[in-house]
Design a protein around this ligand. Structure first.
Ligand code: CTP
Ligand code: MG
Length: 231
């Protein structure tokens, strides 16, 4: 089977409250999107890479990736899942149902080669696929619905994982699962959820907890630190 890469980059980064979408903020003078893409493309061979962009994107043409012949772009959608569906559609001419597709957030520049290699080798012979995930480290409390919530209970964190990316699935199965979620108006925030709703059982592959999604302003400094350290 072939291996495809989708890096959704069509979000507006509302929680970052910056003057541009967070994937176009710079860390050590490079766009986050360029850092993310180069780390993925340097770590593994792909048969193609599709980056869904926002329809009002003003920054893509400034990126290194825009001059990289391995990278193609398409129009993203309203939700992350819509952007991923658009990218799958854009690749569908060249892909076969049994091919693999890795989906990785543009906003996760700290992903490591060893995690990518472990994901691919662990999931490579699985019928469905799987995702990088990190065991939950904190004690978890369930709160009630009031503005100053009171503790309802402590949730046992054993067997609980934080879903990371990349998530790696069979191309045809991911297309069907996302279409099923859309048809049933179920919003999914990752690929695995769509597969789960569709009755498939993905594998959890333990990955580094520092594969953070740059989401709020404080994450920028953290990502800067993490990227500097791993040089
Ligand atoms: N994304 C996308 N299309 C969307 C929404 C999100 O391609 N309609 C991408 C983002 O660009 C990001 C990844 O999905 O790389 C993860 O989403 P998230 O962290 O939520 O990014 P944003 O939606 O941009 O941020 P926010 O939710 O704070 O607005
Ligand atoms: Mg979002």
């Amino acid at each position: 089977p072939k291996r495809w890469l989708i890096v959704p980059a069509a979000g507006i980064g509302q929680r970052m409250q910056a003057e541009c979408p967070k994937q176009y903020l710079r860390i050590q003078s490079r766009f986050i999107l360029d850092i993310t893409l180069s780390r993925l493309l340097d770590a593994l061979p792909f048969d193609g890479c599709m980056v869904p962009l926002n329809s009002s994107d003003d920054w893509w043409n400034e990126t290194e990736a825009s001059r990289d012949t391995r990278v193609s772009t398409c129009m993203g959608g309203e939700e992350r899942a819509d952007s991923v569906r658009a990218a799958l559609q854009a690749l569908s001419d060249k892909a076969s149902p049994e091919d693999w597709v890795l989906v990785h957030d543009a906003a996760r520049p700290c992903v490591h080669r060893a995690d990518l290699e472990r994901l691919v080798s662990t999931v490579g012979s699985h019928p469905v696929g799987g995702l990088l995930a990190a065991p939950v480290a904190d004690t978890l409390k369930k709160g009630d619905k009031s503005t100053t919530p009171e503790v309802v209970e402590t949730v046992d964190r054993k067997h609980l994982w934080r879903a990371l990316t990349p998530q790696m699935f069979r191309f045809g199965m991911l297309v069907e699962a996302l279409e099923n979620a859309r048809r049933n108006e179920l919003s999914v925030t990752d690929e695995s959820s769509a597969l789960e709703i569709f009755g498939k059982i993905p594998v959890l592959v333990e990955g580094r907890p520092d594969n953070i999604k740059v989401t709020v302003p404080a994450d920028l400094e953290l990502a800067d630190f993490l990227l500097n350290r791993s040089k």
